[in-house]
Design a protein around this ligand. Structure first.
Ligand SMILES: Cc1cc2nc3c(=O)[nH]c(=O)nc-3n(C[C@H](O)[C@H](O)[C@H](O)COP(=O)(O)OP(=O)(O)OC[C@H]3O[C@@H](n4cnc5c(N)ncnc54)[C@H](O)[C@@H]3O)c2cc1C
Length: 408
C-alpha cells in the first residue's frame, strides 16, 4: 500500500508535497482555462470534448492519481480533490467524466499490494494513457453499487456476460470498460468487476445521452451481448448485498472527488457573480448592484455554503490520508458519504443564490450561469443519493445497522 503523503513531507521525487501540489493545481488551472473556452459549445451541441481528453492525456492528468514510478502524477486524495475542484470551474462535464476514470484508480493505488498485474495495470494507465470507464449503473438497478442485473456465466476458462449499462460517461474514449456483473450459479451470490477492452465482440455503445445537465459527458448506454472474456478479466469479486465497509476506500475517493467537482461549479458561479455584479449598473442606481444588500447577502450565503463544504471534504480527505484505518464500518462510510451529501446539496443552494444575485441575465445562454445551474443539479444523484445518504447517516448516528430488519 502507498504510504500516506502529507504537505511538507518529501514525496520521494525530490520535491516537497507543497511544491507538487502547487504544480498539480497550476496544471488543473491551465486545463480549466482552456476547457472553459469550449464548454458552452459542447453543452449546447451535446457533443463530447475529445480534444479535452487528448489534453488530459498529454499532460498526464489522466494518470493524476497513479504513482510517479508508473508514469503518473502521484496525486494523493487531497491533491486530487483540489485539482478536480479547479478543473470543474472550467468545464464541469469534463471534470465529472474524467472523475469516473480517476476515482477507482485512486482507490486501487491506495489498496495496491505490489502484485505484478497491478503494476502492469498502473503502467497501462500512466505510460499507456489508457482510459477506464464505468459499468456500474443499469436501467434496472439505478445507482446501487451492490446489485447488478448484468449477468456473468462461467464457461470453462471464460465468462460470458449479458446486460445493459447506463450513464457510461466518457464512452467515446474508454479503452477498458469496468463492467460490474452478478456471477451466475454462485452460492452465496457474488458479483464481480470485469475489465473488458473496447472492441470486444458483443459490446455496443448506444448513443442515448441527452440530458439537462452535464451534457458533454457522453454518458451513453453500453449494451453487453454474449461478451466472452477470459476468466482473468475478472478484477475482483464480492458477495452480493448492500455496500459495506469493504467499499469504504472506493466510496472515499468517489465521495470526496464528487464533492469537489460540484463545489467547483459553485465556485465558478461565484466568480461569475462577482464579475457580473461589479459591472451591472441599472440606470436608476448610482453604483453597480454589488453594493445592494440583497446581492451581498445572497453572495454571503453562497460563500458560506462553499466554505462549509470545502472544510468538510478536505478535512475528511486529510483525516483519511492520515489514518484510513480509522474509517471503519458503517460509521466510517457515513463520514465520507456526509462529505458528498453536504457538498452536492450545498453546491445546488450556492448556485441558486448566485442566480438570484445575477438576476434575469443568469438565464441567458450567452452567460455560463444557466449551465452552472443545470450542471450542478446532477450532483445529488450520484451514489449515495440523498435518500440513501440520509438513511446511512441517520442510522449510523442512531446506532442502527443498515443490515437490520425490518428496514424501517
Ligand atoms: C453526469 C452523470 C454521470 C454519470 N456517470 C456514470 C458512469 O460513468 N458510470 C456509472 O456507472 N454511472 C454513472 N452515473 C450514474 C449515477 O452515478 C447513478 O448511478 C445514477 O444517477 C443513479 O440513477 P438513479 O437516480 O436513476 O437511480 P437510484 O439510485 O435507484 O435512485 C432513484 C431514486 O430512488 C431512490 N432510491 C432508489 N433505491 C433506493 C433505496 N434502496 N433506498 C432509498 N432510496 C432509494 C433514490 O434516492 C432516488 O431518489 C452518472 C450520473 C450522472 C448524473
Amino acid at each position: 500500500m502507498r504510504a500516506p503523503t502529507r504537505t511538507g513531507a518529501c514525496n520521494g521525487a525530490g520535491h516537497t508535497m507543497a511544491e507538487s501540489r502547487e504544480k498539480l493545481l497550476a496544471l488543473a488551472a491551465e486545463l480549466a482555462a482552456d476547457f472553459a473556452t469550449r464548454a458552452a459549445e459542447h453543452d449546447l451541441n451535446n457533443t463530447f470534448p475529445i480534444e479535452n481528453v487528448e489534453r488530459l492525456k498529454q499532460t498526464g492528468y489522466t494518470a493524476l492519481v497513479i504513482p510517479e514510478e508508473h508514469g503518473g502524477l502521484g496525486a494523493n486524495l487531497v491533491d486530487y480533490a483540489l485539482c478536480q475542484e479547479q478543473l470543474a470551474q472550467g468545464c464541469a462535464a469534463t471534470a465529472i467524466a474524467i472523475n469516473m476514470h480517476l476515482f477507482g484508480l485512486g482507490s486501487m493505488v491506495e489498496r495496491a499490494t505490489g502484485r505484478p498485474e497491478e503494476r502492469l495495470f498502473f503502467d497501462a494507465i500512466g505510460r499507456g494513457k489508457q482510459i477506464l470507464g464505468g459499468g456500474i449503473s443499469e436501467p434496472e438497478t439505478g445507482g446501487d453499487w451492490g446489485y447488478f442485473a448484468t449477468k456473468a456465466r462461467r464457461d470453462g476458462e471464460f465468462y460470458v456476460l449479458n446486460g445493459r449499462k447506463t450513464f457510461t460517461s466518457l464512452s467515446p474514449v474508454i479503452d477498458l470498460f469496468m463492467v460490474m456483473a452478478t456471477l451466475e450459479d454462485e452460492t452465496p451470490p457474488r458479483s464481480a468487476t470485469f475489465v473488458i477492452p473496447r472492441g470486444t465482440p458483443g459490446l455496443e455503445l448506444v448513443e442515448t445521452w441527452n440530458a439537462m445537465g452535464m451534457r458533454a459527458t457522453a454518458s451513453h448506454d453500453l449494451v453487453i451481448r454474449d461478451v466472452r472474456v477470459p476468466a482473468i478479466a475478472m478484477a475482483n469479486s464480492r458477495p452480493v448485498g448492500p455496500v459495506d465497509e469493504s467499499a469504504i476506500s472506493l466510496f472515499t475517493w468517489f465521495s470526496v472527488s464528487v464533492a469537489a467537482v460540484y463545489t467547483g461549479i459553485a465556485l465558478a458561479a461565484l466568480k461569475f457573480t462577482r464579475e457580473f455584479t461589479a459591472r451591472f449598473k441599472p440606470l436608476t442606481l448610482p453604483r453597480p448592484i454589488k453594493y445592494l444588500p440583497g446581492i451581498q447577502f445572497a453572495v454571503a450565503e453562497a460563500e458560506a455554503l462553499v466554505a462549509q463544504s470545502r472544510a468538510l471534504y478536505l478535512g475528511i480527505a486529510n483525516e483519511y490520508l492520515a489514518s484510513p484505518a480509522s474509517f471503519k464500518g458503517e460509521p466510517g462510510l457515513a463520514r465520507v458519504v456526509t462529505a458528498k451529501y453536504v457538498a452536492t446539496n450545498n453546491a445546488v443552494r450556492a448556485v441558486d443564490y448566485c442566480m438570484e444575485a445575477v438576476g434575469a441575465h443568469g438565464i441567458l445562454k450567452k452567460f455560463p450561469m444557466e449551465r452552472y445551474y443545470r450542471d450542478v443539479r446532477a450532483g445529488v444523484n450520484h451514489p449515495l443519493s440523498n435518500a440513501r445518504a440520509r438513511e446511512l447517516i441517520g442510522k449510523s448516528a442512531l446506532g442502527i445497522s443498515l443490515a437490520e430488519t425490518p428496514r424501517w
